[in-house]
Design a protein around this ligand. Sequence first.
Ligand code: NAD
Length: 368
Amino acid sequence: MKKLKIGIIGCGGIANNKHMPSLAKLNHLAEMVAFCDIIHEKAVSAAQKFGTPDAKVYTDYRELLANEEVDVVHICTPNVSHREITVAAFAAGKHVMCEKPMAHTAEDAQHMIDAWKKSGKMFTIGYQNRFRPEVQMLKNCCENGELGEIYYGKAHAVRRRAVPNWGVFLDKDKQGGGPLIDIGTHALDLTLWFMDNYEPYSVSGTVFHKLGSLPEAVGGNMWGPWDHTKYEVEDSAFGYVKMKNGALIYIEASWALNILESKEASATLCGTKAGAEIRSGMSYPVDNLIFNRVKAGMLVEESLTPKGNVAYFEGVHEPPGIAEARQWLTAIIEDREPLVKPEQTFVVTKILDAVYRSAREGKEIILG
Ligand SMILES: NC(=O)c1ccc[n+]([C@@H]2O[C@H](COP(=O)([O-])OP(=O)(O)OC[C@H]3O[C@@H](n4cnc5c(N)ncnc54)[C@H](O)[C@@H]3O)[C@@H](O)[C@H]2O)c1
């Protein structure tokens, strides 16, 4: 079988910690032949560590896209560049894995969807949390109807103090937003996927700029103090999403909030037959899945920590980044849909965009 030839665009944190090591483990399926970063040394270092012996290095992504050898690109650049690079990649005939969030506005995401549809190529977004064992187990249970009708969901992405103080995370122009778009996006993606409900009717939201620029708030940050003079994005955000079928989703996201429990890429689901919670994040030593229901007239709770061997993806227990890359590459090779579908991630972006708009305009945003 011919291996897929991958080009990496943006050789920073997520490329070095997820994409490149995961792809390297799947070297029977793909090889990394091209690397681009606006900082030349970063592309060179990535090529030396992960590339084929004759891997090419670029500082302009357009030159990488002109390389006909490249079949697939992984876009790992800051949020506001996702639209431009994705649209250009589809025009150049590449399959695209773009990092989350799909885009920082619904308008940008719409352009990406249009370009994808025109191209006939494959498209996915880097929501690796869908590949965690307990997440897959809960998804199976939701599909089997174990929870009944899920009419209330909560998407949790709340950190007490874990402001990313590197790169451009605090820069509004480059990221488009703060914790809502950065980590709220994962929690909302999971919640919508569990509920299998992609039809929002309206969104109300509030964002706060309270702690980010407060000098005394920077103490105790997980990665050391951030520069409060450069903090431009929100530090917490909250939203209510009414779905067309009457269901409700609450979303909470923060990098800094005076709260005890830090819960991230987590969800709470309330159904007519049972409820379930995924607990993950800094307050929890292990990721947990807890069901609650009534059994024999008693309220019972069942706490599970699945280790793998679930129905999806060959039953293999492997880190979510590798499972994500394996499913993506296999989908291309076998010409079937990726698990993380562009239309689903478009709805995530539309809702997040509407939370920001609602907060700005001080009113409910009607999407439906
Ligand atoms: N899936 C996840 O859980 C997860 C985690 C972290 C980051 N991310 C996402 O990954 C993206 C990058 O985040 P990061 O933490 O790796 O940031 P980073 O700052 O560490 O890396 C980004 C890299 O892109 C390069 N770059 C910037 N503009 C470029 C351009 N036009 N062309 C080529 N290279 C360019 C930068 O020089 C830098 O090396 C963001 O969209 C972020 O939301 C996802």
